[in-house]
Design a protein around this ligand. Structure first.
Ligand code: NAD
Ligand code: TDX
Length: 354
């Protein structure tokens, strides 16, 4: 397969590109990574792959109606894996428009380009084409403590501008399958964590703040629950769905690891206490309960029994094993973290000196 990955310089995208090139096996012929390099895109995440013949990076927008059709044609793309997005809920509350631009309009333009690309193919090449859209459990809204986990049949009820933009894109993908017969696959996953996670999100933010002795901010009372999915398990699921999923279907991907935010933060503190003890008090003393996120969803939980039954997938990491790996990765990559916190990663790609 010749694959166009969008958003490949982000957190999940860079893990996915690495997985496809190093672990997925023979099915992967080449990868084109199309990424606009917003604040969340960091080419350093993949700098070690730059010289490979089977990997090409292109800086550009999924909404570019000249560039995207050209890339699909030139690289004879068989599979689009669409991860490009504005992904941070808090930013969508401060400024929703970029979320509509990339997540909705951008996805629409990518779908249009894919539809025309397929129309120009014939025979096996036409049949082989797939458009995979990577979405979120947040489209389903929020659960009470004792409600059953989201299934693929749970009605959409997005609560943040981010979630609404992702739900809109999911509906467009559905419509392109139904109306135009495009061979789409949609996956809705829970909260990912692991290496290269941008430190605006809870887990990397807590690790880095703790190491710098800064406060560990917990929104509200810390009782909100997320279902944590190790990014490596997610990438494996994405490739399974891309190669063996049924076109037109959606698949939920969950981590089987529901935890409250306060539990997550305390576990990170304990792991850091063991690895980098602070003089005086332990890391938990840095915890601060702060003003809640507006409209903060109480609980996400994902039922992935369809993916398990059809394709035999289940997560391999427990939250404990995955968090250990993650904390160790951050401790071993403090330079990567520093380049982000002091903005060097953006200066470097603009060609300016710090
Ligand atoms: P991220 O914010 O780390 O990365 C997004 C990437 O997309 C960045 O490299 C950015 O430069 C790029 N990008 C943004 N706008 C673009 C555009 N217009 N054209 C091309 N590239 C653009 O996000 P992530 O956490 O890696 O998430 C990847 C996908 O998975 C997103 O679609 C997100 O909604 C979805 N998702 C993420 C999670 C999670 O926990 N991180 C959970 C569920 C779903
Ligand atoms: O400083 C913080 N303090 C805090 O208590 C931050 C950044 C977050 N939180 C809470 C809010 C959430 O309940 O932690 C939880 C996780 O927050 P985020 O890491 O911002 O993730 P979330 O809002 O759950 O969304 C994530 O998972 C679903 C991704 O960012 C989305 O892209 C994905 O779709």
């Amino acid at each position: 397969m010749k694959i166009l990955v969008t958003g490949g310089c982000g957190f999940i995208g860079s893990n996915l590109v690495r997985y496809l090139l190093e672990e997925a096996g023979e099915g992967v012929e080449k990868i084109v990574n199309l990424d606009l390099l917003t604040y969340a895109g960091n080419p350093a995440n993949l700098s070690d792959l730059e010289n490979r013949d089977d990997y090409t990076f292109v800086q550009g927008d999924i909404g570019d109606t000249e560039l995207v059709p050209r890339l699909l044609k030139e690289h004879e793309v068989d599979l689009v894996m669409n991860l490009a997005a504005e992904s941070h809920v808090d930013r969508s509350i401060d400024s929703p428009e970029p979320f509509i631009q990339t997540n909705v309009t951008g996805t629409l333009r990518l779908l249009e380009a894919a539809r025309h690309h397929v129309a120009e193919r014939s025979g096996e090449a036409k049949d082989r084409f797939r458009f995979q859209h990577i979405s979120t459990d947040e489209v389903y809204g929020s659960l009470d403590r004792d409600e059953p986990a989201f299934t693929e049949k749970t009605p959409f009820a997005p609560n943040s501008p981010y979630a609404a933009s992702k739900a809109s894109a999911d509906f467009l993908v559905r419509a392109y399958h139904h109306t135009f017969g495009l061979a789409t696959l949609t996956t809705n996953c829970s909260n990912n964590y692991g290496s290269f996670h941008f430190p605006e999100k809870l887990i990397p933010l807590i690790i880095l703040n703790a190491l710098e002795g800064r406060p560990l901010p917990i929104y509200g009372d810390g009782s909100n629950i997320r279902d944590w999915l190790y990014v490596g398990d997610h990438c494996r699921a994405l490739w399974l769905v891309a190669t063996r999923g049924r076109p037109g279907e959606t698949y939920n991907i969950g981590g089987d690891s529901e935890r409250t935010n306060i539990d997550i933060v305390r576990t990170i503190c304990r792991l850091l206490d063991e690895r980098r003890p602070r003089p005086g008090k332990g890391y938990e003393s840095l915890i601060e309960f702060v003003k809640d996120r507006p409209g903060h969803d109480q609980r996400y939980a994902v039922d992935f029994s369809k993916l398990n039954a059809e394709l035999g997938w289940s997560p391999t990491q427990t939250l404990e094993s995955g968090l250990e790996k993650t904390v160790d990765w951050y401790l071993e990559h403090l330079d990567w973290c520093r380049d982000i916190t002091n903005n060097n990663y953006q200066r470097q790609r603009l060609g300016t000196t710090p």
